[in-house]
Design a protein around this ligand. Sequence first.
Ligand SMILES: Nc1nc2c(ncn2[C@@H]2O[C@H](COP(=O)(O)OP(=O)(O)OP(=O)(O)O)[C@@H](O)[C@H]2O)c(=O)[nH]1
Ligand SMILES: [Mg+2]
Length: 409
Amino acid sequence: MEASNILLGIIGKTNVGKSTFFSAATEVLVPIENRPFVTIEPNIGVAYVKSRCAHVALGLEKCDALNSVCRMGWRFIPVKVVDVAGLVPGAHAGRGLGNMFLDHVRRADALLLIVDASGSTDEEGRPVKPGTYDPVLEVKQIIFEFEEWMYSIIARDWDKLARYIDTTGALDAAGALAQRLSGLSITRSHVVEALEITRLEDRKLSSWGRDDLRLFVSTLRRVSKPMVIVANKADIGVAEDNVRRLREEFKGVPVVPVSSIAELLLRKAASKGLIEYMPGDEDFIEIEKSRIPPETLKALDRVRDVMGKWGSTGVQQALNEAVFNALSQITVYPVEDHNRYTDKNGRILPDVILVRRGSTARDLAYRVHTELGETFLYAINAKTKQRVGESYILQDGDVVKVVAAARRG
Ligand SMILES: Nc1nc2c(ncn2[C@@H]2O[C@H](COP(=O)(O)OP(=O)(O)OP(=O)(O)O)[C@@H](O)[C@H]2O)c(=O)[nH]1
Ligand SMILES: [Mg+2]
């Protein structure tokens, strides 16, 4: 059973650390250099969001995680991440590498906007003295370029589409729009929400002016591609003030201070067996100091200072913010045996599933198997042993057995 089919897209200016973040999060090795436009082709990998495993709350000693990983009471749940080439101002008009490569993030459910919070790269991504460039401006420019790209897709034969939807009056406009935009992972409910917010819901599409369409596109962007601002290079002194400024400017959008380079070093040291480190932790342990090369020890000391300052490297927090906050996902554990919390093979809490907050017991049944959804009778909340109906709203960490009329096979 798939834990999720969530895709996170990494976007940002060129040379700000997108690939470093990607590599730190996925442990996929990719080219990283201090110059613009190192990444051309997209990188795809698997990262994990981290959540307390249900076995802890149930007082069990362990579980048998199958579609995810359990480490010291924490569930690591896979999500896909894609890293693409960098943007520069004017990308929509073809500057730099243009914006066509954003096609590789068109299916993203949420965006990780990586910004150089130290201000040590100029508009074109060239290295400059820290504090020179303004990260607030950088975020605005990237959002602008992203929305220009979305606009160019939606505006393409818009007039024809608008006429078509307006003249076939019986057709559900939001549904038809959503169908047209499904390649961008935009759903009918995203469209409905954007129409409501912009108060364009009652207006004929063909009566919209260009400004109406622009407003609709930027609203749809906010609704369908929620964002986390990754304030990268937080290990450089001046980033602190910029993190505060970013938070002030972009209220309602999570801003996470991150040192991707620190996380990358920790993951590498851990995989070599030099340190014990769990992503998201506030510290690490040197396993045997005498075995660690002196320059690595020095670098690790610097990493420790950064972690001390911010509480962690921030990479895990950024992933968690995107999935649990921006995308409002919660964890649910489907089981067959609600007394033992096992599947039919006796494995304890093998699977965890990410569902949107507000999902029901029947939604969960559908996620497990279509037939289970169709033949749903009731569910049992394994924590309380209580029977719940199809409209029961799932809670984070729920362990649920679905009872259906007919079984598979
Ligand atoms: N100090 C510091 N430097 C970083 C951090 N993350 C990345 N860098 C450096 O920033 C430079 C660019 O990193 P990349 O990951 O290649 O950046 P990118 O955004 O993928 O760049 P392009 O693919 O060329 O657009 C490299 O020199 C990295 O070592 C960080 O957290 N702190
Ligand atoms: Mg790159």
